[in-house]
Ligand binder design. Structure first.
Ligand code: SF4
Ligand code: SF4
Length: 361
């Protein structure tokens, strides 16, 4: 107990398997142990939020796990659909047509997952609901329409490292993930890139991918006009020389806090109708938005679930660090303080960082 409040429960199953007790069966057990069987009622529309992975990425949650969760939700008679919102950067998921093709390419077909894929902010990312939140950075946030209109949310998050927030888990999945494209721009706006002129070869590739036209090649070196830059990070991903990086003089702390506020908005009005499952597996250094996946930083840890996204992310971090014997994400992204998103999320009432871990066999 903390004061008169019960600690949030986080349910966890490790990677150990045995006949009749593989990870898919354990996923179902976790679902039931977390109380998710009673979360949704007949005919309710449930947004199963998942990152389908960028084209070429291989680290995203395998569709077979989504299938088990979908089937479990359907048992109650509810109507799940798999969803994500379009990306700010120009890639394989920046409009609904490309996004659905990418999802299919990565294995998220109806035949596989037993639910339709609906891109939450529509064809071009402009379908959103302005949700009043009255928080520190935002009076209101722009939540992708299909998620805002759904009766409930089941967030399946690949727990891993992230280049801008240290780690990505439940909070980032629903915060950044359910912001529409202009919402994502609001969250990214304070994070700016920087070109290393010693590495840049002036190929101009970054310039061609920069939507607002902020990059020009001058004298065989790329130059960024920060007054035009939207902070989408597309140029960082695109540069073949890795000559562009986040300028750590800019404020990633602010972005983390903004993500937490977007997460708050995504959950508004859905009290008692949300569940979160973190897949602490294939713990790669960076986001699944990249068109490739780097080697995992450490062995797989397991799967965790909670109705409190803050407790769940904190527990996931603790489990990772306990298995690794070090602060994995601090070591990987030295300039990012990953605790910021958790601290702000707790401050605004999204959840609590103290938790009780319940092991599920
Ligand atoms: S893509 Fe990279 S190497 Fe090419 S111009 Fe841009 S910064 Fe320079
Ligand atoms: S310069 Fe700014 S807007 Fe252009 S691609 Fe890079 S981060 Fe995005």
């Amino acid at each position: 107990m903390t004061g008169d409040r019960m600690k949030s429960k986080v349910f966890f199953t490790d990677m150990k398997g045995s006949p009749g007790s593989g990870m898919l069966v354990k996923t179902e057990r976790l679902f039931d142990a977390a109380g998710y069987s009673d979360l949704f009622k007949k005919r309710e529309l449930v947004a199963v939020k998942i990152h389908f992975g960028e084209r070429g990425n291989t680290a995203f949650i395998p569709p077979i796990y989504a299938r088990r969760v979908v089937d479990r939700i359907k048992t109650a008679g509810a109507r799940p659909f798999l969803t994500d919102a379009n990306t700010l950067y120009v890639g394989g998921r920046s409009n609904a047509a490309s996004h659905i093709v990418t999802a299919l390419t990565n294995g998220f077909s109806y035949a596989t997952v037993n639910a339709p894929v609906i891109i939450a902010d529509g064809l071009t990312g402009k379908e959103y609901v302005e949700v009043d939140v009255g928080l520190e950075h935002f009076a209101s946030v722009r939540i992708a329409g299909a998620a805002a209109h759904a009766d409930g949310i089941m967030a399946l998050s690949h727990f891993k490292g992230h280049e801008m927030t240290g780690f990505g888990g439940a909070i980032k999945n629903i915060g950044m993930g359910l912001g529409c494209r202009s919402g994502k721009q609001q969250m990214h706006a304070d994070v700016k890139p920087k070109v290393d002129p010693a590495i840049c070869i002036g190929c101009g590739k970054c310039s061609r991918w920069c939507q607002p036209g902020a990059i020009k090649v001058v004298g065989e070196r790329a130059q960024i006009d920060l007054s035009l830059c939207q902070g989408c990070g597309e140029c960082i991903v695109t540069c073949p020389q890795q000559a562009i990086a986040v300028d750590w003089g800019t404020d990633t702390k602010l972005m983390q806090e903004k993500i937490a506020e977007y997460a708050f908005g995504a959950l508004a009005g859905k009290e008692g109708k949300v569940g979160f499952i973190n897949f602490i597996m294939n713990i790669t250094p960076d986001c699944d938005c990249w068109g490739y996946s780097d080697a995992a930083l450490m062995p797989d840890v397991g799967i965790a679930a909670s109705t409190d996204p803050v407790a769940l992310d904190q527990a996931s971090i603790d489990l990772v660090n306990e298995v690794a014997g070090r602060d994995v994400f601090k070591e990987t992204h030295k300039n990012v303080d990953w605790s910021v998103q958790l601290a702000h999320a707790e401050k605004i009432g999204l959840g609590h960082r103290d938790y009780e871990l319940v092991k599920v066999g």
